[in-house]
Design a protein around this ligand. Structure first.
Ligand code: NAD
Length: 482
């Protein structure tokens, strides 16, 4: 276990919102505390925006849309380049804020921030390749920005979500109001300060931090907002889809997951198990894409158990700022308790704890640390195999045959991400092609900023990244001459 070395931080205070190109005092008066997950200490107080702040931000975005909505792809490409430079200049500050504010481990936080920065360059590239205007005979078809977009983010990779959604919207010609997660106020502030340096047209980017039920709900209900792009839980996603219908909102919903990792019979255990565990404990298990169901051939179960025990010895739990740490604290006391309740549920339902279990890891009694836990003897219909826990809890499930593995992988309300691990690539591809998930990786976690991201089933509606992400902010118009 790593020793925690953080000094007590001075308490920060944020009282402003970013509206119409300037930081302005919040109209909302409610204040929320930001608690540091490694030790439960108060590190910041943030004034939450209200409906009035949100409406001011929407008005600014609406005014800006009258000109920005008619910008050319070249003009947008220049803005994306400036956004890229501005975000890149603050990579270290953004990473530190993620580590401190929600205990994101340095290994993951660094990658997430880089992905956010890259999103601007990737959107610029995708924009250059899009068919903005197509003509045949007397018909002209153009791709038009949908209008003002409300971008609502989850806390767990907030900087990436803000950059990704903003990049796609800007590439499409939309103006935006971002509502970052209230649990991510510090990182959101560092990012907005960075993006302010990009010298954007006034009103193109507005950011109102506040409660989902206040600021988020106003964005969803307001008739001047044409599109909502949301990353978060299924429960809130359902609310957005339902409430957004009243103003016929276009919606992109990036929701939860219970992602399967299928280890094929020919997988080399010394590579397969570290890869599977890395995917399971991604961002301390607080990742939508975390591979929290590991499907293994029954014939290799004993060897798999031994390999998991061995590999888990190398998974360090502790200070998220230490680059060697694999699993940090949960984001909040509430999330700590949620994970504990699922571990208890797993035991009650008859699964066997192979590694970990209830309570704090030894020597880490302060803060919201949990023990990374691996269950074996799990049946796919158990609660721990069906529900998204959002913590470092892995269920190992034995399968009889390739068809059985595919059936089990698809037997989930979710369909966001999946992995297939094996040495015969033809076989791995065959299995991958039968999985009902928006993204399937073969052998290791990997990313491609031009490849679509999004879910089947309850994992969401629509796609982000590259061209697919930009399309989500567009309408198609045809002009026909007689
Ligand atoms: P959450 O749904 O609680 O909150 C997400 C955002 O929605 C926050 O900004 C919140 O303030 C806002 N919100 C809450 N109520 C709202 C309302 N009524 N109207 C509008 N907005 C509202 O989710 P969370 O705890 O921040 O994030 C964890 C969840 O996000 C997990 O389920 C995870 O799987 C999912 N997630 C999905 C992806 C993906 O790409 N598919 C990525 C990361 C996280």
């Amino acid at each position: 276990m790593a020793t925690l070395t953080h000094a007590a931080a001075s308490i920060k205070s944020i009282t402003t919102q970013y509206i119409d190109g300037a930081f302005v005092e919040s109209h909302g008066r409610q204040v929320t505390d930001i608690i540091r997950p490694i030790d439960g200490q108060l590190i910041a107080r943030v004034t939450l925006g209200d409906e009035e702040d949100t409406r001011r931000a929407i008005d600014a975005a609406k005014r800006a849309f009258t000109t920005y909505g008619r910008s050319t792809p070249d003009e947008r490409a220049k803005i994306l380049r400036r956004l890229h430079e501005a975000a890149a200049a603050r990579v270290d500050d953004l990473t530190s804020a993620m580590i401190e504010e929600y205990g994101g481990v340095a290994q993951f936080a660094g990658l997430i921030v880089q992905s956010g920065v890259i999103a601007f360059a990737a959107a610029e590239q995708a924009l250059q390749e899009m068919p903005w205007t197509r003509r045949w005979d007397k018909t002209t078809v153009t791709l038009e920005p949908v209008g003002v977009a409300g971008l609502i983010t989850a806390w767990n990779a907030n900087a990436l979500f803000m950059c990704l959604k903003l990049a796609s919207a800007v590439a499409a010609g939309c103006t935006v109001v971002i509502k970052p997660s209230e649990l991510s106020s510090l990182q959101a502030r560092v990012l907005v300060e960075a993006l302010h340096e990009a010298d954007l047209p006034k009103g193109l980017l507005n950011v109102v931090t506040g409660a989902g039920s206040v600021v988020g709900a106003e964005l969803v209900r307001n008739p001047d907002v044409a599109k909502i792009s949301f990353t978060g839980s299924v429960a809130v996603g359902e609310t957005i889809m339902r409430d957004g219908a009243a103003t016929m909102k276009r919606v992109t919903l990036e929701l939860g997951g219970k992602s399967p990792t299928i280890m094929l019979e020919d997988a080399a255990l010394d590579e397969a198990i570290p890869s599977a565990l890395t995917m399971a404990f991604l961002n301390s298990g607080q990742a939508c894409a975390a591979g929290t169901r590991l499907l293994v051939p029954k014939s290799r179960l004993d060897a798999v158990k031994a390999a998991i025990r061995e590999t888990m010895r190398t998974f360090r739990v502790g200070d998220p700022a230490d680059p060697k740490t694999a699993v940090g604290p949960m984001v909040s006391q509430k999330q700590y308790e949620r994970v504990q309740s699922y571990i208890r549920k797993g035991i009650e339902e008859g699964a066997e704890v192979l590694v970990g279990g209830e309570g704090h890891p030894e020597g880490l009694d302060e803060g919201f640390f949990v023990k990374p836990t691996v269950f074996v003897n799990v049946k796919n219909d158990m609660t721990i195999a069906q529900e998204e826990i959002f913590g470092p809890v892995l269920s190992v499930i034995a399968y009889e045959s390739e068809d059985d593995a595919i059936r089990l992988a698809n037997d989930s309300k979710y369909g966001l991400h999946a992995a297939v691990i094996g040495t015969d690539l033809t076989r791995a591809r065959r299995v991958a092609s039968q999985l009902r998930a928006g993204r399937v990786v073969i052998n290791n976690l990997t990313d491609d900023p031009q490849a679509p991201w999004g879910g089947f089933k309850f994992s969401g509606v629509g796609r982000e990244y590259g061209r697919y992400g930009i399309e989500a902010f567009l309408e198609t118009r045809a002009i026909l001459e007689s």
